[in-house]
Design a binder for this molecule. Sequence first.
Ligand code: PMP
Length: 426
Amino acid sequence: MTRSAELFSQAKQYIPGGVNSPVRAFNGVGGTPLFFQRADGARLYDVDDNAYIDYVGSWGPMILGHNHPAIKQAVLDAAENGLSFGAPTEIEVTMAAKVVELVPSIEKVRMVSSGTEATMSAIRLARGYTGRDKLLKFEGCYHGHADSLLVKAGSGALTLGEPTSPGVPEDVAKHTLTATFNDIDNVKQFFAEYGDEIACVIVEPVAGNMNCIPPLPGFLEGLRALCDEHGSVLIFDEVMTGFRVALGCAQAHYGVTPDLTTLGKVIGGGMPVGAFGGKAEIMAHIAPQGAVYQAGTLSGNPVAMAAGLASLTELQQPDLHLALSAKAKMLADGFKAEADKAGIPLTINQVGGMFGFFFTEAAEVSSFAQVTQCDLQRFQQFYHLMLAEGVYLAPSAYEAGFISTAHSEADIQATIAAAGRCFAKL
Ligand code: PMP
């Protein structure tokens, strides 16, 4: 028995399902999850001392690779001064100024401790600001696990086949409208029927919780126009895309500016950080300036801020995101070429340092419906073959993959060669 298997069996005695977040349990691929003991650069090391090239990156935060020296030092230095004060600190001001500088839509920003808190707070703010109850989201998008947002959700909810969770009261769920991603006509129909009741539209500008689905040309622009027309707040959930797709987030990449933006993952450099921000006029409604309540004991925690600030500062190196995108493209092109050689139908999407691959005959994958039609069994088989080759991919067919600056060209080429051997065995 491996040490991972031993630990998993112990974990199940004390932790529901043995994990502290569902997708980690390998429900999406079957088998026993790996337990990790350390990570460095592009590599993860499990408790049985196997090394893996990592394309999960802690589900997004580790864009600079694991154990980055500048981030580690910032954390150690901050910890020297105390772990938490529950009172204002200078680094929160520096961090907020940095976020305002980098993200086009953000004039004011509030720090929280997770992506879930960021989206939950942003929709409360949008509802408080507009005095409306309804929100519009998209099937297969995931925005964390707040009640209103756990309706037809992606990510772990989709992996487990329960996109709407028991425990979400019907009285809450009825205010959530669920539209079809990349189908602006469908969104128009919702606005035609409920226009003046819709407080906000929340969208992942690149959907990363139903694999990786970029927006079709005109989709984000169409949402912007509909929200303007109906006085609804447009929220880009950039928890995954923020500082990853581009330094200025997906909104800079696509040139569409939302009213509010939610952030997580990269903004914390591996520490628990989220944020929401946007137009000063809307943010003025948040307590204590305004009446919409939102708070957090550990919000703006100095150690977490130190990690996040170091991470964002490193990401400002010129052309870093271009290099990241080029590496992701190299991986995508390599996978495609190897799949073609083996006669395996495969389609790949890639935006910046984000990618997704689909076992499908479809030449282009741009909808939730297409994602659900992909060959799941083939994905699961491929997943375990790649794991045996020392490549750690997201253990679900519904999650995007991530490249870090620590992935070398040799790492990418080794991954492509491994994929070639695995495709040949399918
Ligand atoms: N929004 C998006 C787009 C996400 O991808 C996630 C997490 N994967 C969340 C929100 C929730 O963030 P957290 O897990 O930090 O609560």
